[in-house]
Design a protein around this ligand. Sequence first.
Ligand code: TXA
Ligand code: MG
Length: 340
Amino acid sequence: MTAAPIDIQHAARLLEGGGLVALPTETVYGLGADAENPDAVAQIFAVKERPTNHPLIVHLAPEADLSQWASEIPDEAKKLVAAFWPGPLTLILKRAPHVPAAVAGGQGTVGLRCPLHPVAQALLREFKNGKGGIAAPSANRFGHVSPTTAQHVRDEFGNDARIGAILDGGQSEVGIESTILDLSRIATHGPVLLRPGRIGADDIERVIGAKPAAPDAAAPRASGTLESHYAPTTPVLLVLTAEIRPILRKLVRGRRLAAVMRLSPLPMPDALMQIAMPGNPESYAHELYASLRALDEVRADIILIEEPPAAPGWEAINDRLRRAAHDTQSGMGKYLLSRL
Ligand code: TXA
Ligand code: MG
């Protein structure tokens, strides 16, 4: 933990006064505001340039009383809280009446999560004596790559005076956003996995005895589940291991500059810049967003990502990579490749 107690007290007072504070969590950094203050919540949407119908996650202290925030708490929720909180799991439950609709993007539900990061926990305990909730989306501009360091947050928002403080808690350990599980319609639809994360469908099934379903058309909206999301500025293309070297050679012959995120051990001589990613999904996730940002910064014509295996444990990573590549995969990337 790097933020000093005095910084945490200062940040808590800023939040209580309706201000915005960026905070570290074990998944990614969040941009926080008092969840019970609709004006403060409105500031988050303004700073992020996020559509106001996209709901925010409310972060709670470990001692928080869930019944203050959710009007119905099914047994499955209690079991999952006991098993995975504090940790990278967000539960969507029916919203308690006093929670402002603005937090939930106007929906009748609320997303709740208790983070594991010591700085986030210290802040939540200091803020409103541990009885408040901090609404916090990832601290990035809408649709962009989530931040996993305090410097990433500064890179996203520069010196935006609307952000009162940025608490530094080092590099986020998990590196990708929390798993989101909808339990708000459990009686009729069962548990629904809205966004995969470190905690997988199998982990959830082990605890509640039912495998979560994929989202149906009527499932609550989640912006992290938009097809195009988590995207760098440079076009991203996902390529199979067997194709990456031939594609690189063609790009270079066509005087295109490529940055490469590879899993293969051998360096690729034709790349402007390359990052070798770890071979296990936990370490890969930890490095993913910092690597995407670094590859984006060299301003290549394209970022080529060697597709990870479609194996158990890689679901959340493949989900994020698909979204990072979505616009390119369907448009610019196809065009570029067709011209090689
Ligand atoms: O790991 C995380 O979840 C990070 C850290 C900061 O906690 N937060 C995060 O927030 O990723 P954000 O806003 O970038 O993504 C939150 C997702 C969005 O896709 C949002 O739509 C969904 O959670 N969400 C929040 N409340 C919801 C609700 N009531 N119903 C459905 N989806 C909800
Ligand atoms: Mg986000």
